[in-house]
Design a protein around this ligand. Structure first.
Ligand code: FDP
Length: 340
């Protein structure tokens, strides 16, 4: 009998234990971040449960409202947003919230205010809800600047200033991936315990991958470097094998696969959408933060993604992120075009 393995199986590293361990490394810590995270975890568990029940509970379907971007909101989007806003406000640790679903930022009342600003997409990949394909929540966390009243400038900061970022994927299992700036760790929800257990410690993305992930239906409108890059993926001239294409159409799921298997995920600019589609604050920044922390890179076509300074809370940006060497290739193609 393998007693060592038994000990491992019974010594569960829950996300709460993990965060408290981390916190103990900073004796001056007041535990505010741990409390904030426990409220985010609660939101993820609630949304996971709602997503799992959606088909049965007839929650799927339009709620008859449209969001900031003019897209039809589904009931699950509305529900997820409400859950996260309430969980974050009630944590007493937040001062500004920016949600994909809300046109304006939410400023938390003074009596309930803390130091953290949370930017989030409560349910990303909404076009995949009705067919039961993986969707997710994405979040990034800033600390409010010192002194004065919280202001929009506190969230209009480059992604490199985030103190933490993560996502929760509602798929064949519910997986929470998070970084507080010291590497990336993945936790899987054990439904029988109701606890997230550390299943993917210290995730490192392979230096080079064999997969590219993009909506090729937009190819007609791509710029030169993106077109050349995807052509290289399919018809490499250096004797290497062509890359495989995988595209789910849910950023969380596509980025999760990229993080674990390596490769590149791209949502480039095109003639119709010169700024791409994905939102800087709550899609591009958190995923870029995780990629860099896992040893990969994230590039906008012009600069390191985390150096971008957003001027609007719902701003968009092109994004190329993934394995270090793969992103290096796309950077070289943009540099070559610039020097022409
Ligand atoms: P969705 O429109 O389904 O909500 O930004 C949202 C997003 O999904 C991302 O999750 C996904 O990566 C991307 O848009 C998919 O866009 P396309 O349908 O244009 O490929």
């Amino acid at each position: 009998m393998d007693h060592a393995a038994d000990a491992y199986r019974t010594d569960l590293m829950t996300i709460t234990r993990f965060v408290l361990n981390e916190q103990s490394k900073y004796p001056e810590s007041r535990g505010d971040f741990s409390i904030l995270l426990s409220h985010i975890v609660l939101g993820c568990k609630f949304v996971c449960s709602a997503v799992n029940k959606a088909g049965l509970a007839k929650l799927i379907g339009l709620a008859g409202e449209t969001n900031v971007q003019g897209e039809e909101q589904k009931k699950l989007d509305v529900l997820s947003n409400e859950v996260f806003v309430k969980a974050l406000v009630s944590s007493g640790r937040t001062c500004i919230l920016v949600s994909e679903e809300d046109e304006k930022a939410t400023f938390v009342e003074k009596s309930n205010r803390g130091r953290y600003c949370v930017v989030f997409d409560p349910l990303d990949g909404s076009s995949n809800i009705d067919c039961g394909v993986s969707i997710g929540t994405i979040f990034g966390i800033y600390i409010v600047k010192d002194g004065g009243e919280p202001a929009l400038d506190d969230v209009l900061q480059p992604g490199k200033n985030m103190v933490a970022a993560g996502y929760c994927m509602y798929g064949s299992s519910c997986t929470l991936v998070i970084s507080t700036g010291g590497g990336v760790n993945g936790f899987t929800l054990d439904p029988s315990l109701g606890e997230f257990i550390l299943t993917h410690p210290d995730i490192k993305i392979p230096k080079k991958g064999k997969i590219y992930s993009v909506n090729e239906g937009n190819a007609k409108n791509w710029d030169g470097p993106t077109t050349k890059y995807v052509e290289k993926c399919k018809f490499p001239k250096d004797g290497s094998s062509p890359k495989s294409l995988r595209y789910i159409g849910s950023m969380v799921a596509d980025v999760h696969r990229t993080l674990l298997y390596g490769g590149i995920f791209l949502y480039p600019a095109d003639k119709k959408s010169p700024n791409g589609k994905l939102r800087v604050l709550y899609e591009v920044f958190p995923m870029s933060f995780l990629m860099e922390q896992a040893g990969g890179q994230a590039f906008t076509g012009k600069q390191r993604a985390l150096d971008l300074l957003p001027s609007d809370i719902h701003e968009r940006s092109p994004i190329f992120l993934g394995s270090y060497d793969d992103v290096e290739e796309i950077k070289a193609l943009y540099a070559a075009e610039e020097s022409m």
